[in-house]
Design a protein. Structure first.
Length: 298
């Protein structure tokens, strides 16, 4: 019996643009870096996955089996065995329309984590992704970002380190879009009517908030606020209707939108995340989930 030849490993070459970008930023493109870090930078996998692949003998550098902790340069060839890419292809990413009262990660203060919604019964009937639900998909499934307990909408959970790095990596600039219903408590500014608006928690403006919210404060929301001693990145903010803002952020500090609104006299009374990158929440019902389809890219 003739043993069929083993499939050739996948070869990942360092893109020319990577080297050019490194030169432009004043870094040496040939400076050695740890193999697992380099693999993550090239979006092959997460660092943790890289370590597992190296341990399994699935990674070669310049044709030689890689050792844990080895360093590489931009000139080195990194080869990945098809066993690794096959394993990666079976990793799932899901989108949950998180209801209020669920936490994103570990259970706390008696509140259930959103992952408990990931059951066969809660799968959206209109989900046509090729995956079949299996309990093994819970293994390593983790939220790629937070969504507050009192917020609803799009929460991404994934087994894929590449997706996690794309959404919450230290260099991520992924857009996240929210619908934010607000009331105005005022900071003592002059409203468009010429009258002084000075409210407190017992007498907020809850209808036609847009009419009384000062334009300079809207400019502040877009750019000019600081949290935790750090200036916030520019945000896209516009009125969706007279009581609701549409906000697009590229960062995710803890309770950022609520705290931003408080700084300009607004109080959030409802918050829903509707988009991350190029993927929309769409018509996914509250409390249900679907798989990220193979053609979808954040």
């Amino acid at each position: 019996m003739v043993t069929p030849p083993k499939p050739a490993p996948t070869i990942r070459r360092i893109p020319r643009a990577d080297a050019q970008a490194a030169v432009a930023t004043g870094t040496d493109p040939n400076a050695p870096t740890r193999l697992n870090k380099r693999m993550a930078e090239l979006n092959m996998c997460s660092r943790r996955e890289a370590d597992a692949w190296i341990a399994n003998g699935w990674v070669k550098v310049n044709g030689q089996p890689a050792e844990m902790g080895v360093k590489v340069t931009a000139a080195d060839r990194i080869q990945i065995d098809k066993a690794a890419t096959g394993q990666q292809a079976n990793q799932v990413t899901i989108i949950i329309n998180k209801p209020m009262g669920y936490v994103s990660a570990q259970a706390e203060d008696g509140h259930e984590p959103a992952v408990t919604l990931f059951t066969a019964a809660n799968r959206w009937a209109e989900d046509n992704a090729r995956f079949f639900f299996h309990a093994n998909q819970l293994r390593g499934l983790a939220p790629a970002g937070r969504l507050d307990i009192d917020s609803i909408g799009m929460l991404v959970m994934t087994q894929d380190g590449r997706v996690a790095r794309q959404l919450i990596g230290e260099d991520s600039v992924m857009e996240k879009e929210y619908l934010v219903r607000v009331a105005y408590h005022g900071l003592g500014q002059i409203a468009a009517t010429g009258q002084l608006v000075r409210m407190d928690d017992d007498d907020p403006v809850t209808t036609n908030v847009q009419a009384v919210f000062p334009r300079p404060m809207m400019d502040k929301l877009r750019h000019g606020l600081s949290l935790d001693g750090q200036a916030l990145k520019p945000a896209k903010v516009a009125w969706q209707n007279p009581e609701q803002l549409r906000m697009v952020l590229t960062e995710g500090k803890k309770r950022q939108i609520r705290r931003m609104c408080e700084l300009v006299g607004l109080k959030v009374v409802g918050l829903k995340r509707v988009r991350i990158g190029n993927v929309m929440l769409g018509n996914l019902p509250v409390g249900q989930w679907r798989y990220l389809a193979p053609h979808e890219k954040f």
